[in-house]
Design a protein around this ligand. Structure first.
Ligand SMILES: [Zn+2]
Length: 274
């Protein structure tokens, strides 16, 4: 188990952060520089043995050196979420500073990274959650507007507060449960970008609204090697550091997973191996 990692390269004193997306380096998409589209793409901890281990072996292209004084829990939890959110917002949706972005389900790693990147770009950021405590944490991280979807109709509230205009970009990794409110909040020429479907995979879209409003629906997964290099530079500058919910020693591994299962966490749960 475990996708992300930070560690020391064996036989050296180099601190490196790991990109958990493993590509073959030889297929059509890899040769085009799009490693996350690799036909043999695999993730550490999902298709390959994970990073909660004393030693792991990965291709050299999947590690990047960082300064020895980089905060370790933040570096350990950095790659997957930040890389995924960066590709979604910067490469795919091309979010601009003058735009409004809605991020559904704040609290998970990708949503929080998307909030940090959207603030970094300078966009106006809306977030949703069913937890007022998570919305308060999101405001501390710079969210401009927060909506509790249990007590608020997200789409109509955004329409009301933007003079019926809606938002330019929606980040939706929730899927089935949030799809209608995501589309309902999306303004003309809007882009909806998705990297997950935690509440269910099958969604319905009214094709008339899709063409009339000239929407773009974008899929996104992980990131390519160039994007990994870009986000690691942010880490080196100590920007976009993920909030850490908790750090557990490997001897408390069960408690770490129970913390995740509770859904109460805000930010990353880190397991310290050594
Ligand atoms: Zn490939």
């Amino acid at each position: 188990m475990g996708a992300d990692a930070v560690g020391i390269v064996d036989g050296t004193d180099e601190l490196v952060v790991v990109n958990p997306g493993i590509s073959d380096g030889t297929c059509e998409y890899c040769l085009r520089g799009e490693q996350s589209l690799c036909v043999r793409f695999k993730l550490l901890g999902e298709h390959l043995p994970g990073t909660i281990a004393e030693c792991i072996v990965v291709p050299e292209a999947n590690v990047a050196r960082i300064p020895r004084d980089t905060p370790i829990p933040e570096a350990a939890a950095f790659s997957l979420s930040t890389l995924t959110a960066w590709r979604m917002l910067v490469t795919r949706a091309q979010l601009r500073p003058d735009e409004h972005v809605l991020i559904q389900g704040i609290g998970g790693g990708v949503a929080i990274a998307a909030l940090q990147i959207a603030r970094h770009i300078g966009a106006h950021v809306w977030v949703t959650s069913s937890s007022d405590a998570k919305l308060a944490r999101a405001r501390e991280l710079g969210a401009d507007e927060t909506l509790n979807y249990n007590t608020t109709d997200v789409a109509s509230e955004i329409r009301a507060r933007t003079g019926k205009r809606g938002v330019d970009v929606v980040v939706d990794s929730v899927g089935q449960a949030s799809w209608q409110s995501s589309l309902g909040a999306l303004g003309k020429f809007g882009r909806l970008v998705t990297c997950g479907a935690t509440s269910g995979p099958t969604v319905t879209t009214d094709a008339r609204k899709l063409f009339w409003n000239q929407w773009t629906i974008l899929g996104s997964t992980m990131g390519n090697n160039a994007e990994f290099a870009t986000v690691v530079n942010e880490l080196r500058e100590r920007r976009l550091l993920p909030p850490i919910d908790s750090v557990f020693d490997i001897t408390q591994g069960r408690e770490a997973f129970e913390r995740l299962e509770s859904g109460a966490q805000f930010g990353k749960v880190v397991v310290r191996v050594a």
